[in-house]
Design a protein around this ligand. Structure first.
Ligand SMILES: *Cc1c(COP(=O)(O)O)cnc(C)c1O
Length: 332
């Protein structure tokens, strides 16, 4: 499969490593590998970087001078978008949603927020449940009236353009597995705005790699999450000329580990973060990878992956850890 017909800006450090995690794996009783997409290289890296290569490709082709995007206050996507904008000399206008109601000074000023400022992002915050797409459209209209050329990147970079980044990751992982003779039984990833999960499912379906993907939800209930991922996976496969290749049953999400809600951490998440850090020296994050790992631990203990070789996609996020300083310190 060939992605070269899509415009793409190249800045990610690829391929990312695929590493064994034997000490964490032995605690879980599985053969565990980590796909290190926390190492994509853009201002701390993470999964949004692969998506941004295709989104920036489109923005630059359209002659944009300003990127607009949105996210929760401690969004990793916003940080990586601000960095990509800086890298290409574009302005970056950001709408942050006060999704968690967390007003502690570390949450609103540290972690990713501090980095967004450092990277030159221009931020405004709106209340929870604001129509974020409408807010971005209004901002774009205002910028156009000032003579600017804005390009809107949806939350999480999750449209069929961004998801091409995870089609590319699916191909990269299948290639690494072939090159090393590793038989992957399952790929596990956090799933939120759906672009990562959808791109992986589309990439494996279209390339015929046949690696099952399990998404562990961080926000929406299962039915809604699977519907979002399926819809985007079909749209993404359609961009590749294969809209019929993705089957509904290939989209599987387990949303039993969200806890109290998006971005709200609990002791299970803190224990998972400490376990990864203390067995493998890996830094996971409280909102996405820590919750997914909490799920992986519980499912492994329930023998859901008995005898399997499991790859966990490390989607990044450690730059947000200090935004949860007080909660983490209390739970460690
Ligand atoms: C955004 C994000 C995810 C979720 O990816 P989606 O494509 O939004 O589903 C997972 N992990 C981290 C660290 C993220 O920032």
């Amino acid at each position: 499969m060939n992605l070269t017909r899509f415009p793409r800006a190249r800045f990610a450090h690829l391929p990312t490593p695929l590493e064994p995690a034997p000490r964490l794996g032995s605690v879980l009783g599985i053969d565990l590998w980590i796909k290190r997409d926390d190492c994509t290289g853009l201002a701390g890296g993470g999964n949004k970087t692969r998506k941004l290569e295709f989104l920036l490709g489109e923005a630059l082709e359209a002659g944009a001078d300003t990127l607009i995007t949105q996210g929760a206050v401690q969004s990793n996507h916003v940080r990586q978008t601000a960095a990509a904008a800086a890298r290409f000399g574009l302005a970056c206008e950001i709408v942050l949603e006060d999704r968690t109601g967390n007003r502690s000074p570390d949450y609103v000023g540290s972690g990713n927020v501090l980095l967004d400022r450092l990277l030159g992002g221009s931020m405004r915050t709106v209340p929870a449940d604001t129509d974020m797409n409408a807010a971005m459209a209004a901002l774009a209209e205002q910028l156009r009236s000032e003579g600017k050329k804005p390009y809107i990147i949806p939350g999480g970079g999750s449209n069929s353009t961004g998801a091409l980044g995870y089609v590319d990751c699916a191909l990269e992982l299948a290639h690494q597995a072939n090159a090393t003779g590793l038989k992957i039984d399952r790929l596990v990833t956090a799933t939120g705005s759906a672009g990562t999960h959808a791109g992986l499912v589309a990439g494996f379906a279209v390339s015929g790699a046949d690696i099952p993907v399990l998404g562990i939800g961080v926000r929406a209930p299962r039915a809604r999450q699977e519907e979002n991922v399926f819809k985007l996976a079909v749209e993404t496969a359609a961009r590749l000329g294969h809209e019929n290749r993705v089957k509904r049953e290939q989209v599987v999400a387990d949303c039993d580990y969200v806890g109290a809600g998006y971005g709200l951490i609990d002791q299970g998440v803190i224990d998972a973060l400490a376990l990864a850090a203390r067995t493998e020296g890996l830094l996971f994050d409280p909102v996405y990878t820590g919750k997914a790992l909490k799920g992986l631990i519980a499912l492994s203990k329930a023998d859901a992956f008995k005898g399997e070789t499991v790859v966990f996609l490390h989607t990044g996020g450690a730059q947000g850890l200090s935004g949860y300083h007080f909660e983490l310190e209390a739970g460690l």
